[in-house]
Design a protein. Structure first.
Lengths: 300, 280
């Protein structure tokens, strides 16, 4: 009904408003492009000419690709762990019994815990003199903190991965529980009627529907994990520095000329995020089409 | 002879199965154990922080602090944590108000857009949400410098508003695009003015969604580190910045107090979020 009232000029207005929300990012990105090319900001070329040396320097630096690769690896593994945990909770506690409802409530309790707090508590749990090491001592597995395998500031980033997975899994569990609820039991019952066993039902019916509903949130979690600064700065190793930490270091570099590097790195991070946004919108549109089709199919 | 490894492997497999099945708890115990594991996994790290905030002299390798005392909590009001708390509360409340005020008309307009424009608008709004905070902060710092507010409370507030408006718009668009707009049409045909339609039709219908959007915007600002650091330039000492400094300085008890202070309002915002969701 509301669409019929919309004039063509008025329909452009919401689009302009949405562009206004994105404007600070676009302006910032525009400036970052100019600054990375030596046309503005710190490290600006004296003759005002375009200078691509910052791009060349950053892209040919081994530390840049090491940092990007390491950050992507941490984000992918932590997102996969969080997804696994969320799916297990959604599948294991899916009934409407009081115990399952309570379990779902408990699972989503850490949802508002900031990344910074998650990282601070990870240091208390995973640090070399943290709770795990103390439990290890009580069990006779370690004698000194040095015996404990390093889980923070470690080269593979195990502590950071576990922290990001712990932080993000509650959000994914919330979505997975909602998606699991929206799927209903119709397809499961049909598959059972056709002779499918539990594992077959899960593999061919529940998981594909759950995954499609979960995918936009998984992409969002990946982006958050990739861009998280506070968890990375507290738990990651010095070498390789995660992408957000490396960007911040360059941004605050006392040598003004090096600050141009920060804009190149920020643009690279923005590029990865933009790719993820595109993927997010594509999967969202695909899911909404599929959801409409399945709803129609179920009602007919 | 050739089948030996296979047989040995089969034996090993059988033996492993026996070990696994004999060591697994009885099926009726699996569920309580899973529930206990869930509680420990979800709440354990937070409970440890609470304990650490009262700890005095928690030396290796003891599992319990030597002494529990309230000193770190008593020092909150007079120390940097108290000032940080005050700054963060002001920033988060101001950001929440601005985000909801801006997001509501934007979301209302976006909900009326046909495809593919609705997808383009959603992608634009999603941009400040998805942009990595450091990349977003690097850009916003420039905008703040141009406006002459870099390194000030108002500059940080403006920076917090950017992702907060994005989040709030996404929350409200989701609800508005599935809302039945006929009530508003009826009110209009009955002669209700635009103000009356907002006051008596739209706002009561959206109370739940508005609570949700406000809670999300509050959380975005409350926990913000990167934007506060980059745009505030270290001059705006919000609570997360103080906690970050304390953790890096190894002051575990004070850092734990700050972390607990960061979690409590966030938990309250979550309960508001749940109440809002229940009303939608």
């Amino acid at each position: 009904m509301s669409r019929s009232l919309t004039t063509p000029a008025a329909s452009r207005l919401p689009l302009l408003a949405a562009a206004l929300v994105a404007a600070p990012v676009l302006v910032g990105a525009g400036y970052a492009i100019l600054a990375s090319l030596g046309l503005a900001g710190p490290g600006q070329a004296a003759n005002g000419m375009l200078d691509a040396s910052r791009w060349h320097f950053v892209l040919s630096s081994r530390s840049t690709w090491w940092s990007i690769g390491w950050s992507l690896q941490v984000a992918i593994i932590s997102t996969a762990l969080a997804t696994l945990g969320a799916v297990v909770v959604a599948a294991a506690f899916s009934t409407s019994t009081r115990a399952d409802r309570w379990a779902r409530g408990v699972a989503t309790l850490p949802l508002p815990v900031p990344h910074l707090v998650a990282a601070a508590s990870a240091l208390l749990v995973l640090g070399q003199s943290g709770l795990l090491a103390r439990i290890g001592y009580a069990l006779g597995l370690v004698q000194t903190p040095a015996d404990m395998p390093p889980l923070v500031y470690d080269a593979p980033g195990v502590g950071l991965m576990l922290t990001l997975a712990w932080k993000e899994w509650t959000f994914l569990a919330l979505v997975a529980i909602a998606v699991r609820g929206s799927i209903g039991d119709l397809y499961d019952e049909t598959a059972t009627g056709l002779g499918a066993r539990t594992w077959t039902r899960w593999r061919l019916v529940t998981w594909p529907l759950l995954w499609r509903g979960l995918l936009p949130s998984v992409i969002a979690v990946f982006v958050f994990a990739l861009g998280s600064y506070e968890a990375a700065v507290l738990l990651a190793p010095v070498q390789p520095a995660p992408l957000p930490v490396l960007t911040m270091e360059r941004f605050a570099d006392p040598a003004l000329a090096r600050r141009g590097d920060a804009y190149v790195l920020a643009l690279l991070a923005l590029g990865i995020a933009a790719l993820a946004v595109g993927l997010h919108e594509w999967s969202r549109a695909r899911w909404s089409r599929l959801h409409t089709d399945t709803t129609r199919g179920a009602s007919s | 002879m050739e089948s030996r490894p296979v047989v040995a492997s089969a034996h090993r497999h059988d033996a492993w199965c026996i070990v696994v099945t004999t060591r697994l708890p009885a099926p009726h115990l699996l569920r309580p154990i899973a529930l206990l594991a869930l509680v420990l996994f979800s709440l354990g790290p937070m409970l440890l922080l609470v304990l650490q905030s009262f700890a005095f002299g928690w030396r290796w390798p003891t599992l319990w602090p030597d002494t529990l005392q309230l000193d770190a909590w008593r020092n909150v009001s007079s120390g940097t944590l108290g000032r940080g708390l005050f700054t963060s509360a002001g920033l988060a409340i101001a950001t929440t108000c601005a985000a909801v005020l801006f997001a509501l008309p934007i979301a209302r307009g976006m909900a009326t857009l046909p495809r593919p424009w609705s997808h383009i608008a959603a992608a634009l709004v999603f941009l400040p949400v998805a942009a990595p905070p450091i990349a977003l902060g690097a850009g916003l710092h420039v905008v703040a410098l141009q406006l002459g507010v870099a390194g000030s409370w108002s500059g940080v507030w403006l920076a917090h508003c950017v992702p907060a408006v994005g989040y709030a718009t996404l929350v409200l668009t989701g609800v508005l695009s599935t809302r039945d707009a006929r009530d508003e049409e009826v009110a209009r045909t009955l002669g209700a003015s635009a103000v009356h339609r907002w006051r008596y039709v739209l706002l009561p219908q959206l109370r739940g969604a508005l609570t949700e959007a406000a809670a999300v915007a509050f959380l975005v600002s409350w926990a913000q580190v990167a934007l506060t650091l980059l745009v505030g330039g270290g001059a705006v000492r919000a609570l997360p910045i103080e906690v970050l400094a304390l953790v890096r300085a190894g002051q575990e008890t004070e850092a734990a107090v700050g972390a607990v202070l960061l979690v409590l309002p966030a938990m309250l915002a979550l309960s508001a979020l749940r109440r809002g969701a229940a009303r939608v």
